[in-house]
Design a protein around this ligand. Structure first.
Ligand code: ADE
Ligand code: ZN
Length: 351
């Protein structure tokens, strides 16, 4: 049986060891699971069927998505709901060749629905342990503050997180970016840093390049989530190249939310060729039409990425992670072995 170029590309991407560094666990809530959890928890739903709900996943911008995303979170109420959600993601990630995942969660959303912080943590962390046992998939958990809320709320959730210092690897910042600059959260990020937590932040998704500078200077982040607006500022581009501060880019998300009009116009390849430490990730894959392998595949086709580009994206994902140096070295060796083996060939661009 002959292998089509598309099937060979897919096999190459799935076999490529990679880390996923920008993934909201709440954004992996597939419509089928929404219905299953609503039934289990005896909750009414606004949509009549899985198909009707999926059909509502059409967005014009970040806010139009966030409205649907936060509404969907209402079905998550018990530790077992968070467990099932997280296991479903890990299984898909493993199938896509993810060897390490750094996962965001939004505790303020669940607290607003009356779900205790401890229940959210119990469900997610049980699943992370099971995923590592079953597939050897290592993980880190990143607790995000919601930037459309005030800083006092962020301080409250930071206090709740303090007993979980070992289970939470870092803090992050997400939700509506416009009019909610990183500066609004400078004090809570300083408090998190004082407690030993490194930081990342969404910046330069819908917001300007200036927000990326703010996240770097005022929040001391070690990684920028999205960051695609950096191209508007040549000095920022030079800074990101010189410091190798990684960008966790989410191409299909950017198309779904109108950050770029078409994947063929995405700046991922330009940023990669300029020498930035860019990575490819899925953000909220249940809503944006694809998990990480689909993001790699769609970019390979739309941007004409070649085998070396895909390998570099995978290497960047390891470098940009919170893994310890020996683990990074081990994954680099695995990627090098993968690159050396004869097949499956990467047909993204025929040599
Ligand atoms: N929360 C979930 N997905 C997000 C995104 N793409 N940007 C900001 N906040 C988010
Ligand atoms: Zn995100």
């Amino acid at each position: 049986m002959s292998v089509t170029p598309a099937a060979a590309l897919d096999a190459f991407i799935r076999g490529l060891p990679k880390a996923e560094l920008h993934l909201h666990i709440e954004g992996t809530l597939e419509p089928e699971l929404v219905f299953a959890l609503a039934r289990r928890n005896g909750m009414p739903l606004a949509h009549a069927s899985v198909a009707a709900l999926r059909n509502a996943y059409r967005f014009s911008d970040l806010q139009s998505f966030l409205d649907v995303y936060y509404a969907g979170c209402a079905v998550l109420s018990k530790p077992e709901d968070f467990f099932d959600l997280t296991m479903a993601y890990l299984e898909r990630a493993h199938a896509d060749g993810v060897v390490h995942a750094e996962i965001f969660f939004d505790p303020q959303t669940h607290l607003a629905h009356g779900v205790p912080f401890s229940d959210v943590m119990a469900g997610i962390t049980d699943a992370l342990r099971q995923g590592e046992r079953e597939w050897g998939l290592t993980t880190r958990l990143i607790m995000c503050f919601l930037r459309h809320l005030d800083e006092a709320g962020a301080h409250e959730v930071l206090a709740l997180a303090r007993p979980y210092r070992e289970q939470i690897a870092a803090v992050g910042l997400d939700s509506a970016e416009r009019d909610h600059p990183p500066a609004k959260f400078a004090r809570v990020f300083a408090a998190a840093r004082a407690l030993g937590w490194p930081a990342v932040a969404h910046a330069g998704e819908e917001g300007p390049a200036a927000y990326i500078w703010e996240a770097l200077r005022l929040l001391s982040v070690c990684r920028i989530d999205h960051g695609v607006a950096c191209e508007d500022d040549p000095a920022l581009m030079q800074h990101l190249r010189a410091t190798r501060v990684p960008l966790t880019v989410c191409p299909l998300s950017n198309v779904s939310l109108g950050v770029v009009s078409d994947l063929r116009h995405h700046n991922l390849k330009r940023l990669l060729q300029y020498g930035l430490c860019v990575t490819v990730n899925s953000d909220d894959p249940a809503y944006f039409g694809g998990y990480i392998a689909e993001n790699y595949r769609a970019c390979a086709e739309a941007l004409d990425l070649d085998r070396e580009d895909l390998l570099q994206l995978a290497r960047n994902s390891i470098d940009a992670s919170f893994l310890a140096a020996p683990d990074k070295a081990a994954w680099h060796a695995q990627i090098a072995r993968y690159a050396d083996q004869p097949g499956p060939a990467c047909p993204a661009r025929r040599a």
